[in-house]
Design a protein around this ligand. Structure first.
Ligand code: ZN
Length: 75
């Protein structure tokens, strides 16, 4: 079985607590993969939104980050 995990570049997963994950889902918070800034008004499945901090199209919704394996829930 060919193992193409991601077309995205390999990145360190962002660690987040379960409480923060739930809060981000409720508050529609997205995270910028370039600079780590949070962005509001970001649907959980948002992809490549523009970051208000660094202007990169690298903001992803919290659920999307999880699906991409870029989010790691810590207890
Ligand atoms: Zn950014």
């Amino acid at each position: 079985m060919a193992d193409h995990e991601h077309t995205e570049q390999a990145r360190e997963p962002i660690t987040i607590t379960d409480a923060d994950y739930r809060a981000a889902l409720n508050e529609h918070t997205g995270l910028c993969l370039e600079c780590g800034a949070e962005r509001g008004c970001c649907e959980p499945d948002a992809r490549r939104y523009r970051c208000e901090e660094c202007n990169a199209r690298a903001v992803y919704g919290i659920e999307e980050l999880m699906l991409m394996g870029l989010l790691e829930i810590t207890e």
